[in-house]
Design a protein around this ligand. Structure first.
Ligand SMILES: *Cc1c(COP(=O)(O)O)cnc(C)c1O
Length: 360
């Protein structure tokens, strides 16, 4: 949907910040090997397909879904070992939870929302769509946080919320634990650590909830294999989540997603084994790419690898890959620090081989 020419009758009504932005773009991947969106590439076995079909066939789709998704919440509590005294609030993807967090800030006058850049674009998009102020702090050129600049920005802008993706998307790295602790100490408001890729990384942050009342941990089932179900979760103290729960629309997790997620998470090891295979494939991809000398490879703790082209123009490589049937993410042009960069989602071994054959 193009919005180049916005009629006056619309312009005078719609939020001015919204008029200036554009909708989230998703490239059509029909017929392509899809290595652009950090999905898990494994498909379900026939056995699992058929047990899932049986479970879904029993779904009471004439009824509203359980508004509290009790069974799924309790399955997730077990799967992630969330302590009893922490609460879990589910969203239709973690995108919806970012929106809930930000909506709960409206009505207090000017509100600042802080994150680093480059990072996950939805923090900025939703902040701006809601008319709140987005304060980005640029990472250093090695994609580490500039600790002093970040802490100064906190003290200057007094953000109501700070979003930190750990590992960060699209850079793949974890920031230092020491910095995270300092942010938790200095933040005047809420800190959301977004662990969309936590299971691929060497560090998770659930343990910090005990000591830090201003922290929420955000997780999702999307990157470990269930992107189509749209299940995200906030884990935090009840006092926070009961406020956010007032903004949540009832029945936000549909009945089929609740049943499917409970069913698939209850199959021992299935998703965890896939996560560990993908983590190994990531190491192989990174190694092959760095040996080639054609790419600068940034260290990754996620199911994707950020690379910078050292020879050919990245946009041309991206186009050539599409011609050869492979879709990756072109980051060149999206932020100054991402010059000549592509982001490769780790795929199946044979997909990764095809990718390597095309770009090495
Ligand atoms: C993919 C991603 C999300 C969104 O996940 P959904 O649960 O599918 O909405 C959130 N945060 C980061 C950092 C991501 O990369």
């Amino acid at each position: 949907m193009s919005s180049n020419l916005i009629p006056d009758r619309i312009k005078k009504i719609i939020n001015p910040a919204l008029l200036k932005t554009s909708a989230y773009q998703v490239k059509d991947a029909t017929g392509l090997i899809k290595l652009d969106a950090m999905e898990n590439p494994f498909s379900l076995s026939n056995e699992v397909k058929s047990s899932l079909a049986d479970a879904l066939a029993q779904a009471p789709i004439n009824r509203y879904s359980d508004p509290d998704a009790k069974q799924l919440t309790s399955t997730l509590r077990g799967y992630w070992a969330v302590p009893e005294h922490q609460d879990i609030l589910l969203g239709n993807g973690s995108d919806e939870l970012i929106q809930l967090v930000l909506m709960s800030l409206l009505g207090r006058g000017p509100v600042n929302v802080m994150s680093v850049e480059p990072s996950f674009v939805m923090y900025k998009k939703i902040t701006e769509a809601l008319g709140l102020n987005y304060i980005p702090v640029d990472l250093k050129d090695n994609f580490e946080i500039d600790d002093e600049a970040f802490l100064n920005a906190i003290s200057m802008h007094q953000p109501s919320v700070i979003f930190l993706a750990q590992p960060n998307n699209p850079t793949g790295n974890l920031f230092s634990e020491d910095l995270i602790l300092r942010v938790l100490k200095e933040a005047p408001g809420l800190v959301v650590i977004d662990e969309a890729y936590g299971q691929f990384s060497s560090r998770e942050h659930l343990y910090l909830l005990e000591k830090h009342q201003n922290l929420m941990i955000m997780r999702t089932l999307s990157k470990i294999g269930l992107a189509g179900l749209r299940i995200g979760a906030l884990i935090a103290n009840k006092d926070w989540l009961c406020q956010l729960n007032k903004v949540r629309l009832p029945y936000n997790i549909n009945v089929l997603s609740q049943i499917a997620a409970v069913h698939l998470l209850s199959i021992p090891h299935m998703l965890d084994d896939q996560v560990s295979q993908l983590t190994q494939e990531r190491q192989r991809l990174m190694q092959r790419l760095s040996e080639s000398g054609k790419w600068q490879v940034f260290p990754s703790q996620a199911n994707f690898v950020l690379i910078r082209s050292l020879q050919e123009d990245a946009t041309q490589v991206y186009q050539r890959l599409i011609d050869e049937g492979i879709l990756v993410k072109l980051l060149h042009g999206s932020h100054g620090l991402l010059n000549q960069c592509l982001r490769l989602t780790v795929g199946l071994p044979e997909e990764n081989n095809q990718l390597l054959a095309s770009i090495l």
